[in-house]
Design a protein around this ligand. Sequence first.
Ligand SMILES: [Fe+2]
Ligand SMILES: [Fe+2]
Length: 199
Amino acid sequence: MSDARKPADEKTPRAHPKVTGEDALPGDPSREEQIARMIRVDQAGEYGAVRIYAGQLAVLRRSGSGEAIRAMAATEREHLQRFDDLVADRGVRPTALQPLWHVAGYALGAATALLGERAAMACTVAVEEVIDRHYADQAERLGDDEADLRGTIEKFRADEIEHKDEALAHGAEGAPGYELLTGAVKAGSRLAIWLSTRF
Ligand SMILES: [Fe+2]
Ligand SMILES: [Fe+2]
């Protein structure tokens, strides 16, 4: 097949290993700052996830979804532990907004759970869809100089996709006002990512 007929996504082999931040333009954050931002926002996000599930469990502990939510919460605690370690090992400044995510995450979890089990699952679908994109984007930007971190992010991304699929299997799409609810939660999640990357 001539080059012209190759599918657009078939990239030519790289002449050298990919380095994080190699495509940076003048004025972009440095490689170190880009990586610190990733670790900061990911720790914040996993912290928020732990708080969302805590809020859901406060309401739904004894419901039919209790077991599934407890299992997802356990994964999120593992994710958070890993990013807590990365923050400590690399001396990354953690987000200044942790007190906000402490309250907002729990409130989001509890509020959606009060709307019912399906609404709680719809919240999970929305959050995990945003995180799936977020982690995919980070993995794409990380180079071979950060293969370990990239591996962690790819593994966690697979876990988040599993959570989303499980929430769908629990009837998330049957939640009243599904589109409105997931749209709002996605917008909130994107804002939280934007804020935690910078602050
Ligand atoms: Fe997670
Ligand atoms: Fe998750």
